[in-house]
Design a protein around this ligand. Structure first.
Ligand code: NAD
Length: 257
C-alpha cells in the first residue's frame, strides 16, 4: 500500500494511461478523484475502482476551462479536505508538419496539453502550499527530447510541459511540493489508435515502424507508464525533483544502428 491515506486527482482518467494509473493508485490505497471531459468514460473508471473495493469519485471538468477546473477542485476539497497528488495527464494528439496545421487545430492541442496542465496546477497548488505538502506529476512525452515526423504541435506542447515542470519545481520546492514529469514512448491506448488512423494510410505498417523505433521491439502498455507514475507519486521517489522519468522502451537514449 504505497499510497495509503493519500488523495489523488488524475485528469483524463477515463481512458488509457490515466485510467490504468487511477486503478493502480486505488489498489495502492489512494482515494482517487477521476477527472475526464467524457462523463461516461470517467464514471466507468470510478465505478470499476469502487467495484474492486477501492475509493473513487468522478468529477467532470474540461481542463482547458478555468471555471470548470476551479469548481472541480472545490468539490474535491469539500469531499476529502486535501489533494496530495495531482497527475496532469489529460492530453490529445496533434498530427502534421507545421505548414499543414490549421491555426484552430494548433490552438486546441496547446489548450488541452499545456493550458490543461496550467489550470489544474493553478487551482490545486494553493491547497498544497497551505498544507506544505504535495506531489505533482506532469504528462510530457519522449517527443520532448527527439524530433519525430509530423508532430509539430504535439511536440511543442510536450516540450513546454517538461520546461514548465522544472520551473514549477523551483517555485514550489519551498512548500515541500515535488513536481516531476513522465515521458512515455508509444503506448497502445485509444489515443494512439486514433492518431495512427489520422496520420497513416496503413496503420498496421505504422505500428510495425513504431516497434522498430523502440528498442523493446514492442509498443508500451498503459501499465508500464502507470508503474512509473506510481513511483513518482510515492515517497520512494522523494529525492526526485523537477526530473523527467523516461518510460519509452529506449527511444530517447538507444540507437540500434
Ligand atoms: P487517451 O485518449 O486514452 O486518454 C486521454 C483522456 O483525456 C481521454 O479520456 C480524454 O477524454 C481526456 N481528455 C481529453 N481532453 C480533455 C479535457 N479537455 N479535459 C479533461 N479530459 C480530457 O490517451 P492516453 O494515450 O492515455 O494519453 C494520456 C496522456 O499521455 C496524454 O497527455 C498523452 O499526450 C500522453 N502520452 C501518451 C502516449 C501514448 O503513446 N499513448 C505517449 C506519450 C504521452
Amino acid at each position: 500500500m504505497r499510497l495509503q491515506g493519500k488523495v489523488a486527482l488524475l485528469t483524463g482518467a477515463g481512458s488509457g494511461i490515466g485510467k490504468t494509473t487511477a486503478e493502480l493508485f486505488a489498489k495502492e490505497g489512494a482515494t482517487v478523484i477521476v477527472n475526464d471531459i467524457d462523463q461516461s468514460k470517467g464514471k466507468e473508471t470510478a465505478k470499476g475502482i469502487q467495484a474492486g473495493g477501492g475509493s473513487a469519485l468522478f468529477l467532470h471538468a474540461d481542463v482547458t476551462d478555468s471555471d470548470s477546473v476551479q469548481t472541480m477542485v472545490k468539490e474535491a476539497i469539500k469531499a476529502y479536505a486535501k489533494i496530495d497528488i495531482l497527475f496532469n495527464n489529460a492530453g490529445i494528439s496533434g498530427v502534421g508538419a507545421l505548414h499543414e496545421i490549421e491555426p484552430e487545430a494548433w490552438d486546441r492541442v496547446v489548450q488541452v496539453n499545456l493550458r490543461g496542465v496550467f489550470l489544474p496546477s493553478k487551482h490545486v497548488l494553493p491547497h498544497m502550499m497551505e498544507r506544505k505538502a504535495g506531489n505533482i506529476i506532469n504528462m510530457s512525452s519522449c517527443i520532448a527530447e527527439i524530433g519525430l515526423a509530423r508532430r509539430a504541435s504535439y511536440s511543442a506542447t510536450k516540450g513546454a510541459v517538461l520546461a514548465l515542470t522544472k520551473s514549477m519545481q523551483v517555485d514550489y520546492a519551498k512548500y515541500n511540493i515535488r513536481v516531476n514529469a513522465i515521458l512515455p514512448g508509444t503506448i497502445m491506448t485509444p489515443f494512439v489508435e486514433q492518431y495512427l488512423k489520422n496520420a497513416y494510410e496503413d496503420p498496421e505498417a505504422a505500428i510495425a515502424a513504431i516497434k522498430t523505433r523502440q528498442l523493446s521491439g514492442e509498443l508500451g502498455r498503459p501499465e508500464d507508464v502507470a508503474n512509473g507514475v506510481l513511483f513518482l507519486a510515492s515517497d520512494e521517489s522523494s529525492f526526485m525533483m523537477g526530473s523527467p522519468l523516461y518510460m519509452d522502451g529506449g527511444v530517447v537514449f538507444g540507437k540500434d544502428a
